[in-house]
Design a protein around this ligand. Structure first.
Ligand SMILES: *Cc1c(COP(=O)(O)O)cnc(C)c1O
Length: 432
């Protein structure tokens, strides 16, 4: 078996030295992988239990057309999400086009002119800069008279509680907390830490809406932001909770009022959640959600493997090889554009779709520097699938995520290393 397996890796362009080094790293990760499997087991049961409690039936897998009144599958799925994310209600729709749209919708529907938005965890994800108006943009919150403040994390990554207290004012209506680091090198927040921050804010101003950008965080831990007091939890279905099967969509799980506001904005005042045909998409939402805990576990194993492998080679990695995980993103800093490009080209070469194309840096809408993206995916742009991207800007870090199955994640990381070796950025002597 071992030689046959090695032959398969050779057919895919992995040298014996790279494979051997990868396998050495894996020997030390048995305990980590067991912990990840245990969380997946817990979350798998959580999802099944929610589906049973909400009486998901075969009829739920069908869809509606036209207005979409009385869409049993859509309404039941929203109940399932509300249970899983510990919320009163949820909006889970194919009409929410991506994560940025879900977040923009949650913000724009729950803020009114004259209100202020606060981010107590530093700069939000790049695409939200234009939503908020940090970078001028047509239709931003700023254009509608909604102001914005931000409090940086302290240099050690902790919350600046005094700064946050000072920033809260009468106008503050909503606080946005991003769980994942996004394209930054700060640590990702655990759900427990998010809970501490929410408690601090609610003690000062219980009426403030606390929203969590949960992108990339779903099912990584056994609890979600709703379990620690978030009023809204928001994310994308082409990341973790879609399980690789959802071809589009986003979700907002939260209080009745917050979700109703979002629904009135998504469709129309007065119509809200009552309309929005699900077409034929629901079985992929249900089945994707069912698979999401184990798919997320595969992606996490890939991230832990990559952290340990590139750390051993001397590259700065965030999180490091031993840290506990709160999202599926792995950052590796190469310090030069060539490393970022070689890594991404290696990931692309490991894909089952579009393995033969070579990604190059480009000016992507919503981002302020060139970005290179490796994504050979069944669902275009899906980042729960094996993918990597990096802005071509200092510190020249690559952000790696996804892998629907662990063997594919492993192959991707080995291909990335192989690509670095072939371009002379890493030498086989470094790990011989
Ligand atoms: C991906 C992501 C978004 C935006 O989602 P898109 O689907 O790419 O629009 C927002 N916030 C965070 C933290 C993300 O990771």
């Amino acid at each position: 078996m071992k030689t046959e397996l090695n032959e398969q890796y050779q057919k895919l362009g992995i040298s014996e030295a790279v494979l051997k080094f990868g396998n050495e790293i894996l020997v030390s990760l048995g305990e980590r992988f067991r912990e990840i499997d245990e969380i997946a087991e817990y979350n798998q049961l959580k999802v099944i239990h929610a589906m049973q409690q909400c009486k998901v039936s075969e009829a739920c897998l069908l869809g509606t057309t036209g207005y979409g009144y009385n869409d049993l599958g859509r309404d039941t799925l929203e109940e399932v999400y509300a249970k899983i994310f510990h919320a009163q209600d949820a909006l889970v729709r194919p009409q929410i086009t991506c994560g940025t749209h879900a977040l923009a919708l949650a913000l724009m529907s729950n803020l009114r002119p004259g209100d202020e938005l606060l981010s107590p965890v530093g700069k939000p994800y790049d695409t939200l800069e234009e939503v908020i108006g940090i970078r001028e943009s047509r239709g931003s919150l700023k254009e509608y008279g909604i102001s914005y403040k931000q409090v940086e994390l302290l240099p050690d990554g902790s919350f600046d509680y005094e700064g946050i207290r000072a920033a809260l004012c009468d106008k503050t209506r909503l606080v946005t907390i991003q769980r994942s680091k996004g394209y930054q090198t700060r640590p990702t927040l655990s759900v427990t830490r998010i809970g501490e921050l929410i408690r601090f804010i609610k003690e000062i101003r219980p009426d403030i809406i606390c929203m969590v950008d949960n992108c990339y965080g779903e099912f990584v831990e056994t609890i979600e932001p709703g379990d620690v007091g978030a009023d809204m939890t928001v994310g994308s279905l082409i990341k973790n909770p879609g399980g690789g099967l959802a071809p589009i969509g986003g979700y907002i799980a939260g209080t009745k009022e917050c979700v109703e506001n979002a629904a009135y904005r998504l469709t129309s005042p007065g119509l809200g959640k009552e309309v929005g045909a699900s077409l034929g998409i629901l079985s992929s939402f249900y089945q994707g959600l069912f698979l999401a805990p184990t798919v997320t576990a595969s992606a996490l194993k890939g991230a832990v493997f990559a952290a340990n492998l590139f750390e051993r080679l001397g590259f700065p990695v965030i999180p490091n090889g031993t840290e506990s995980r709160h999202d599926i993103i792995q950052a590796v800093t190469f310090g030069n554009p060539e490393g970022v490009i070689a890594f991404c080209q290696g990931i692309q070469a490991a894909a089952s779709v579009d393995s033969f194309v070579t990604p190059e840096p480009w000016d992507m809408p919503g981002y302020d520097s060139q970005v290179i993206m490796a994504a050979g995916a069944f669902v275009s742009g899906s980042s729960i699938e094996l993918s990597a991207d990096g802005p071509i800007a200092p510190p020249y870090a690559v952000y790696f995520q996804g892998g629907l199955t662990w063997p594919h994640a492993k192959l991707g990381i080995l291909k990335a290393l192989q690509s670095l070796v072939e371009r002379g950025i890493v030498s086989e002597k470094d790990f011989a």
